[in-house]
Design a protein around this ligand. Structure first.
Ligand code: 4AD
Ligand code: MG
Length: 430
């Protein structure tokens, strides 16, 4: 008899049929001569009962030895049972223990630190299982949108020699006899590839030595980046809002039950372009009216972004940040060179920035000047400057933090649970 997955049993409801399942013991209760087991497999849970009068005394005694998180193989018949989760129950004929578990350390009411030390076991919880399944759906939907829209998937190096987003958050490492950095962003490499491949994207790790502990920063996270030749800020924003809408709508459709378990109503994710756009200057005016202490020229932080988005249902773009608040490569706005043609996309409900993007400087002399103004060494950026020497074109792109997006989609307070093994200033174990 072939094995059936528990998810398939709930889909097909094979009432009165014999099935063969495999999984892990999620809950266990014995009541007289009946043993109740909840068996867990990939986020789905099925109640199984074993009665002494059906399986015999010796088998019943063996079965009762099973512990929480033991792996098992079960054969039995499916019946309707309104009192069990999902309305189905398996009446057990045989139970084989594959791996008898020791006392499982994770029980109720444990501290976050304990759970993080035992992350390799905590990942079996229903909450984390659902988040990781949604995470996979987010990655799939993103790739699907790029494929449907003719973007080429590329891969860039992780060992790099030139900072993209400033020196403060660079991880330095020894590389044979020299020193290199771990990448903060693949943007500059994507820029090199538009000359031969046109519209390109990558989904890759990004490393930042974030010294503060916040609910939205990791030291290792996954960034989705895209770069488009002959593209201005307006088109760049249109691409971002289509991509984000496609991801949210797909996940709302395919992961509704998992989202509901996490407290997210899937209907809230049925967002559509266009998203509202306001300029940085308008954002500052709104913040000052809300009594936040910020002056024109300063970058927006978590508090400001929360204030601007907490009452919103759909993302918000903020464009034209001051030149000083952004990295050197951003193209100044020709009509007001104090600001650059960039935009951040902020998720609603207070989540804040999920995307940073904009138009790049494509003139060689202008770029050289900005590199010098930023006290960087043009020698480190020779190949990047070369792109402006050989057939330069206006171009734009963006970087979307996958964990930030998942945090919003799953309605989580902390970015930690959006990735199997979160890396922060104090945590690299397990
Ligand atoms: O705004 P950032 O720094 O932009 C760039 O790196 C550009 N070079 C991207 C590009 O245009 N190709 O980072 C992009 C996004 C942020 O909006 C945020 O979502 C995410 O990356 N991000 C982080 N996510 C988690 N932990 C961190 N420490 C993050 N830093 C940035
Ligand atoms: Mg940013």
């Amino acid at each position: 008899m072939p094995e059936t997955s528990i998810a398939e049993i709930f889909r097909k409801k094979p009432i009165s049929q014999e099935v063969h399942i495999r999984g892990w013991v999620y809950r266990r209760r014995k009541s007289g001569k009946i043993l109740f087991l909840l068996i867990r497999e990939c986020g789905a849970v099925l109640q199984c009962t074993f009665e002494e009068k059906i399986i015999g005394r010796t088998n019943f005694e063996k079965a009762t030895k099973v512990t929480i998180e033991s792996s098992v193989e079960i054969i039995g018949t499916i019946r309707e049972e309104p009192r069990s989760p999902g309305g189905l129950e398996l009446s057990g004929k045989s139970l084989k223990i594959i791996g008898l578990a020791e006392v499982f350390p994770i029980t109720r009411d444990q501290s976050i630190a304990f759970l993080l030390d035992n992350r390799h076991l905590w990942l079996r919880s229903r909450k984390l299982t659902y988040i990781m399944q949604i995470r996979a759906a987010v990655f799939d939907a993103a790739r699907e949108w790029f494929k449907l829209n003719g973007f080429i998937d590329v891969q860039c190096p992780m060992f790099i020699t030139a900072a993209v987003e400033g020196g403060a958050t660079l991880f330095k490492m020894k590389y044979f006899d020299t020193e290199v950095f771990l990448t903060q962003s693949s943007q500059f490499y994507l820029e090199t590839l538009i000359f031969s491949l046109g519209n390109v994207y990558t989904i890759a790790p990004s490393f930042r030595a974030e010294k503060s502990r916040t609910v939205r920063h990791l030291t290792e996270f996954w960034m989705l980046e895209a770069e488009m030749p002959f593209c201005d800020l307006n088109r760049d924003i249109e691409i971002q809002e289509q991509l984000v809408s496609h991801i949210c709508q797909t996940v709302a459709r395919t992961k509704a039950e998992e989202l509901e378990f996490l407290g997210r109503d899937p209907k809230e994710l049925l967002i559509k372009p266009p998203f509202e756009r306001i300029s940085y200057s308008e954002a500052i005016d709104q913040l000052v009216k809300m009594d936040l202490k910020i002056e024109w020229g300063e970058d927006l932080g978590a508090d400001e972004e929360r204030a601007l988005t907490k009452d919103r249902k759909s993302p918000l773009f903020i464009y034209n940040y001051p030149r000083e608040a952004k990295a050197f490569y951003h193209k100044p706005d020709p009509s007001n060179p104090k600001v650059v043609n960039c935009a951040d996309c902020l998720a609603p409900e207070g989540h804040g920035e999920i995307i940073g993007g904009g138009q790049r400087i494509h003139d060689k002399d202008e770029l050289l000047q900005r590199i010098k103004d930023a006290n960087l060494n043009p020698k480190d950026y020779e190949w990047y400057i070369d792109l402006r020497r050989f057939g330069t074109v206006p171009h734009a792109g963006f970087g979307l933090g996958m964990e930030r997006l998942i945090k919003w989609i799953c309605k989580l307070d902390n970015i930690r649970d959006t990735i199997p093994y979160p890396r922060t200033i104090r945590r690299v174990y397990p």
